[in-house]
Write a protein that binds this ligand. Structure first.
Ligand code: HPA
Length: 273
């Protein structure tokens, strides 16, 4: 199916604005305040944060496409929080490794921004480099190293990425769980997992978490002026740190095992925003 974002002369911000308009129409909610992208292991948070007002098939909204990976859900949900704020849950992340380009990767956060969102919560399932993190550990993202050699920004846009993952929001998260550790997220291109040597490189350059999403989305979210909270679920220790080979099925299982606990944590954090 044709996606208008694949047309290089189209303006991705205009497409995001149109997508936001149809979300407003389809959900009946004119403006949203907070958006969440729920990665592996985090999906249940959508059931816990408030009352679902509407669920939209993401493919009905301009620029979105169905995710190819089993375990990822293609819906956009509007949820009314107990505070009265409106949250938009994006279950339709496009990963960089799908090969559709950065515009599609950034479309979810750009659409969220166009619906009025000021706080973007990006979650993911990821590999842990710190051996003390057992599978099932949620970790705050404190910063990132973007190893994709790409950017969602086009042209000469010089966007500051200092405090990209808001210290203020991390501090709020720690008021819910003071034991939450934090680390630097290294985004690799994927979809292959890293080699043990690449994991050692990530460690030496200051990384603690390895994954295949989030960094490019965070850059687009910052460009759009949103405040960002990043959360990783450590589904496995990274290649070579754990001695057994990695498998996608195991990653999904670790996500399922931790889902109720970490989704509860996320719901409590959202209640404080
Ligand atoms: N590496 C990259 N992405 C991942 C991993 C990993 O070890 N686990 C879950 N997503």
């Amino acid at each position: 199916m044709n996606n208008p974002l694949d047309n290089s002369v189209a303006n991705p911000f205009e497409i995001a604005a149109q997508a936001a308009e149809s979300i407003a129409k389809l959900t009946g909610v004119p403006q949203h305040d907070i958006a969440l992208t729920l990665g592996s292991g985090w999906a249940k948070a959508a059931d816990l944060i408030g009352e679902t007002v509407a669920t939209v098939d993401a493919t009905e909204v301009l620029g979105f496409s169905a995710p190819k990976v089993q375990g990822h859900v293609a819906t956009i949900r509007s949820i009314k929080l107990p505070s009265g704020k409106h949250a938009l849950v994006l279950g339709a992340r496009t990963h960089y490794y799908e090969g559709h380009g950065v515009r599609r990767v950034a479309h979810g956060v750009r659409t969220a921004a166009a619906t009025g969102v000021k706080t973007m919560i990006l979650t993911n399932g990821a590999g842990g480099i710190k051996e003390t993190w057992k599978p099932g550990t949620p970790v705050l993202v404190s910063d990132h190293i973007n190893l994709t050699a790409d950017s969602p920004l086009e042209g000469a846009k010089f966007v500051d990425l200092t405090d990209l993952y808001s210290k203020r929001l991390r501090d709020i998260a720690r008021t819910v769980d003071s034991s939450l550790d934090e680390g630097v997220y290294c985004q690799f291109r994927g979809p292959h997992y890293e080699t043990p040597a690449e994991v050692q490189m990530a460690k030496h350059i200051g990384g603690h978490i390895v994954g295949m999403s989030t960094s490019l989305e965070a850059i687009a979210a910052r460009e759009a002026g949103m405040e960002i909270l990043g959360l990783s679920l450590i589904t496995n220790l990274a290649a070579g740190i754990q001695k057994e080979p990695l498998s996608h099925a195991e990653v999904l299982q670790a996500g399922k095992d931790a889902e109720v606990r970490i989704s509860g944590l996320l719901a409590q954090i959202v209640a404080k925003l």
